[in-house]
Design a protein around this ligand. Structure first.
Ligand code: GLC
Length: 751
């Protein structure tokens, strides 16, 4: 009886008040400022029935969560993805044929990170926000900011770096740019989601120090410095508990220590327990139908639907947990386009495509050049372009980050556009991709069993590639110069989503060996033509020892977006001076990496991050391991000199000054990197850690003094036993350079 009476009162009260509430609401909506009106939120929550609240904390369709029509509260509308607004799915799981959803396809995350240009990070987010707004979205499911722990992770292309500081700095700009447009960022996947193998169940065994020094910092940065309005949980567990409803990650750290007042959105189907989701910080459950019958979803059966309602009604769980979730969701709605007018968006405008071009220009990395580059058009009559990746389009592949690109300039098109009528461009595919089951990890990370049918398919493909290789070599022999475009492929033609992919969501690679016979092809092209430049695509490196030594030039182009072909051509022919710097260490084989040589990858049920904080250059430099190209490395067509380092200490802030001079004969850019080395730490620490950087563009002969501030955190470490950040007095060496292994200037400071 009590309950019914209560509902009646609420209902009656609700009806009368709601009318004026909605009117007042309307006026609020029109004049809503960035200041979220908490009072309004509280009054709305007080008007809601339990059913209405429950309806808001789980999905109402593939990419929406519930609203409350009675109170004028709309559904919340989500969209992928990190480098472009995804196809329109409507309320189901299939892209709507013929829908007007073509959009700007930006370069992938690791390409953005390779620019080391915070302003481009902001512009990247701004473009995404503007296009998401035009498409009627409220939350953009990006940036992907998981640390690149192993080069085998299929989603490395979507992420930013092996280093937490670079990841955080590039992500903050992206979040600010996105949210300035009124679109909520949703940095993902919180946390330690660093592999695709068995992603729904794998349990990451990891120390608190590694969490706080490596896997948390970028999430802290986007919350504290970026003001992210939402965060996406991850599929995996950490130390036995699912991250999406993890007491330590969500309640103690994210919402506690970092003071996050936004919404924790699950990954799609990452909620696995009603009680935990209710009390350990999940605010919206999305995508559970993906692990059930996703063509006939029953949203009432979601973990945070009827099962949650029963727990509240039985008194097992206090309704205040639900109220807090609803409050957070309404706060996001007020801040975003859901309930506040942020003006019209735009899509496919030239300014957006220009940002895509700039990010490609500044993110493509020149790794080797003996002087072959830049190529001179006037010295070439016939140019051979060889390689499947010279004509392959990537935008619509790779998993949830797929983008319905308005167009995509391939490397061949970019080169042909630049050559015009001055140079004859001839093309040979050189190799055809094929699906070799034995190249993929199965759910336990071992080589997948290869069916007899696939063995035959692979044999046929290989013999066909012999023919393609022969044709390519003949072309190389008669051309004045050759550009080879190969590497990984994002997704694999003809294969169902998530299958047969060499660089994409839901799969990891088994190794870094160049695929489809490219190694032999490169060797034979080098033999056939001495003026050969190598361009590789991919979300990470490939094994290089068998082809790099005999190659004169190598450009790594990641997946450079819709203007990628233009940027590749401009760099090869010197229209643009490359300035990209590696955001991850390029060693040779995956077994060189500490996630494989010390830790586990991909594990089996559990995966032990035994390498702890020694990820990337923190490992390779500390143990002085041989690698091909270090973190922060990238060549230029000009020469830059570093000089006049000066340190100024005010309290515990160290100002690092250095002078950078372009001593070459053309404009160029340099990334001044500042690393901190603790001379005699009381705990084990990496030999150096990146704690500051600035990218400077300089005309020929120009000098500039760069100032970089290091605060107390730049010298601190997370104490493995005290479990808190410690800034230890002592002697530190400040290192200024243009890669983790090319330190130009150093000075010591006593703190
Ligand atoms: C996917 C991805 C996540 C994406 C979401 C919605 O499984 O893990 O990054 O945003 O589901 O597509």
């Amino acid at each position: 009886m009590k309950n019914i009476l209560l509902i009646l009162i609420t209902f009656t009260y609700g009806i009368t008040l709601s009318a004026c509430e909605v009117n007042q609401y309307e006026s609020d909506r029109a004049s809503a400022t960035s200041e979220v009106s908490e009072a309004n939120i509280d009054s709305l929550v007080s008007l809601m029935t339990l059913d209405e609240k429950i309806g808001m904390i789980h999905a109402s369709s593939s990419f929406t969560s519930g609203g409350v029509p009675r109170l004028g509260i709309p559904e919340l509308v989500f969209s992928d993805g990190p480098h472009g607004v995804r196809h329109e799915h409507g309320r189901g799981w299939h892209a709507i044929e013929g829908y007007d959803d073509r959009s700007t396809y930006l370069p992938v995350g690791i390409n953005l990170a390779s620019t080391w240009n915070r302003d481009l990070g902001y512009q990247f987010g701004e473009v995404l926000g503007n296009e998401a707004k035009e498409r009627g979205k409220n939350v953009l499911l990006g940036p992907g900011i998981n640390i690149i722990r192993s080069p085998l992770n299929g989603r490395n292309f979507e992420y930013l770096s092996e280093d937490p500081y670079l990841t955080g700095e590039m992500a903050v700009g992206y979040v600010l740019g996105l949210q300035e447009q009124g679109i909520a960022a949703c940095p993902k996947h919180y946390a330690a989601n660093n592999q695709e193998t068995d992603r729904h169940n794998i349990d990451v065994i990891i120390s608190k120090r590694a969490l706080h020094e490596i896997y948390f910092p970028a999430f802290r940065d986007v919350v504290v410095d970026g003001g992210a309005w939402s965060i996406m949980g991850a599929y995996n567990k950490i130390n036995g508990q699912y991250t999406t409803h993890h007491e330590y990650l969500n309640n103690e750290i994210l919402k506690g220590k970092w003071g996050f007042d936004g919404v924790v959105v699950s990954d799609w189907a990452s909620v696995k327990d009603t009680r935990e989701a209710l009390i350990y910080g999940t605010d919206i459950e999305m995508g559970t139908e993906l692990l059930r019958d996703f063509d006939n979803p029953v949203y009432e059966e979601f973990y945070m639907a009827n099962p949650a309602k029963e727990m509240i009604e039985s008194g097992e769980i206090d309704e205040k947990y639900v109220d807090d979730k609803v409050r957070r969701i309404l706060r996001l709605m007020y801040r975003s386009t859901a309930l506040t007018d942020h003006g019209p968006g735009q899509r496919n405008v030239e300014e957006h495509q220009q940002v895509a071009l700039e990010v490609a220009r500044e993110g493509i990395v020149l790794l080797k050049n003996d002087g072959l580059l830049p190529l001179a058009k006037n010295e070439i009559e016939t140019l051979a372009v060889i390689g499947h990746n010279a004509t392959r389009k990537y935008a619509e592949r790779g998993g949830s980050s797929q983008v319905p690109a308005l167009y995509e300039i391939t490397p061949l098109e970019g080169i042909e556009n630049l050559m015009g009528d001055d140079v004859e461009v001839i093309y040979a595919e050189g190799y055809e991709p094929y699906y070799d089951e034995s190249l993929f990890a199965d759910i336990t990370g071992d080589a997948a069993s290869q069916s007899r049918e696939n063995v035959r398919e692979v044999e046929l493909a290989r013999s066909a590639n012999e023919q393609l290789m022969q044709e390519a070599i003949e072309l190389a022999e008669l051309a004045d110069a050759v550009i080879f475009v190969g590497g990984w492929i994002k997704g694999h033609e003809g294969m169902p989503w998530g299958e047969g992919t060499y660089d994409a969501e839901a799969r990891d690679k088994l190794n870094l060996k160049l695929i489809f016979g490219q190694e032999e092809l490169i060797q034979r092209i080098n033999e056939a033509n001495d003026n050969t430049a190598i361009v590789l695509m991919g979300g990470s490196n490939v094994e290089m020892e068998n082809w790099l030594p005999d190659s004169r030039a190598y450009l790594h182009a990641w997946y450079p977006g819709m203007e990628g072909g233009t940027a590749i051509a401009e760099i090869l022919f010197g229209e643009v001076n490359p300035s990209g710097k590696l955001p991850m260490t390029f060693s040779n084989a995956h077994t060189d990496y500490p996630s494989h040589s010390i830790g586990e990858f991909p594990g089996d049920g559990t995966v032990d991050y035994a390498e702890d904080i020694y990820v990337g250059y923190r490992y390779f430099d500390t143990h002085d391991r041989d690698i091909f190209f270090p973190f922060g490395f990238g060549l230029s067509y000009t020469t830059i000199e570093f000089s006049d380092m000066d340190l100024t200490v005010n309290d515990d802030v160290v100002l690092v000054q250095s002078t950078i001079t372009n001593t070459g004969d053309r404009e160029g850019a340099e990334v001044v990197q500042v690393y901190v080395h603790h001379k005699d730490p009381s705990v084990d620490r990496p030999i150096r850690e990146l704690k500051g950087f600035e990218k400077v563009h300089l005309d020929a002969g120009e000098s500039v003094t760069v100032e970089i501030e290091l605060d107390e955190m730049a010298f601190s470490y997370f104490h493995p036993d005290q479990l808190e950040w410690v800034m230890e007095p002592g002697e530190y060496q400040i290192q200024v350079g243009n890669s983790s292994r090319d330190i130009k200037l150093t000075q010591n400071v006593e703190l």
